[in-house]
Ligand binder design. Structure first.
Ligand code: GZL
Length: 350
């Protein structure tokens, strides 16, 4: 604990004041006869973070739009438990930036020890992150990045290299077309993009675009906003199938949108199950999608690893111990194709 004194005197003074205030409140309640608190020590579920000197962590999760997000949330909640010395305050912003800003301000007013958040989009965080900095509360970003003037407004970022995911998708498409003897053929591509302005959408679009630019016979007919959801992707893919006679490739920036696109293809009388219809590349690597890779419906799936809780805890423990931390932590990821996918499906928990 003494390390904590050294590193964050303001935060430790806050913890002491938090403790003294709680004790005073309990004493006043007891003396006024309004609380059985002190007389019922066995009600340990009444204990507050102060009683156990827990590390208070405020987490703002952007929503629950996809299988990936659900797995990401689970990986956080599995780590930050009372048994492991944490008091978790968790907020689901339901895909609204204003809800995330409210949550961050609530964490600041509750004087949490750390703020963790996955920003819905990159813009619009400077003011609230400055408030967190002024309050002496370290901010840890996961999954998605912020675009802020002052990089000291966050301590570190843990997530995926989205631009690399995008270029890898382009390289896989090159190999697929070579394998089919179609490297010189005109190739029509549609893209289902994720949440506008979010890091994965920006990165995957930019990365794939770099490879498209190398092939004058590749044409992106349209990049539609599927919002990372099955429902919106189903709607957009139906529209694209009506609008364009000849689509050769679908790049779908997450598996949930791929599932919606497959519904639309089937509704349009196409046969994605045949594997010789549209070439589909998808991102995330959820179990259901890996099964579709194994059956040849999806040509390849680029993993985006949601299991970030353990990395978060490692960073917080380092901060608690006054150790240096990196500015960026990339989580390990694979690419799943028909050749390798079978050995990974069994252990997929999401
Ligand atoms: C990527 C993550 C994306 C996933 C989607 O790290 O932000 O958001 O690819 C999720 O499934 O909705």
């Amino acid at each position: 604990m003494k390390n904590r004194e050294k590193i964050y005197p303001a935060r430790n003074l806050r913890r002491k004041l938090r403790g003294a205030a709680a004790l005073l409140a309990s004493a006043l309640l007891f003396l006024s006869g309004c609380s059985s608190r002190i007389s019922a020590p066995e009600e340990d579920d009444m204990r507050t973070p102060v009683d156990e000197n827990l590390i208070v962590v405020g987490v703002s999760q952007l929503g629950s739009e996809s299988v990936w997000r659900t797995a990401n949330t689970a990986s956080i909640q599995e780590v930050f438990t009372k048994e492991k010395g944490y008091f978790l305050i968790f907020d689901n912003a339901r895909q609204k930036q204003e809800n995330q800003i409210k949550a961050l301000r609530s964490f600041i007013s509750q004087e949490v020890d750390y703020i963790i958040f996955s920003p819905l989009m990159e813009e619009g965080w400077d003011t609230v992150l400055q408030e967190a900095k002024d309050a002496g509360i370290p901010v840890i970003l996961i999954d998605r990045m912020v675009d802020v003037e002052d990089p000291s407004l966050y301590s570190t970022w843990i997530g995926s290299d989205f631009e690399k995911e995008g270029t890898e998708a382009g390289r896989i498409l090159e190999k697929c077309l070579e394998g089919q003897g179609r490297q010189e053929e005109d190739i029509n591509i549609v893209v289902l993009k994720g949440t506008e302005g979010s890091s994965p959408t920006i990165g995957r679009t930019e990365g794939f675009g770099q490879i498209v630019a190398l092939h004058e016979n590749w044409k992106i007919l349209e990049q539609a906003d599927g919002e990372f959801t099955t429902a919106k992707a189903r709607e957009e893919m139906s529209r694209l199938l009506t609008k364009y006679e000849d689509i050769d490739v679908l790049i779908s920036q997450n598996d949930d949108m791929t599932f919606g696109a497959l519904d639309a293809l089937r509704a349009a009388g196409r046969s994605p199950e045949s594997g010789d219809d549209i070439i589909i590349l998808s991102f995330d690597g959820t179990r259901k999608a890996l099964e579709l890779v194994e059956s040849g419906v999806i040509y390849a799936d680029l993993e985006c690893n949601p299991q970030q809780g353990e990395y978060l805890e490692e960073v917080i423990q380092k901060l608690e111990a006054g150790q240096e931390i990196e500015r960026i932590y990339y989580v390990p990821e694979k690419i799943f194709t028909r050749d390798n996918v079978s050995r990974y499906i069994e252990d997929r928990t999401y």
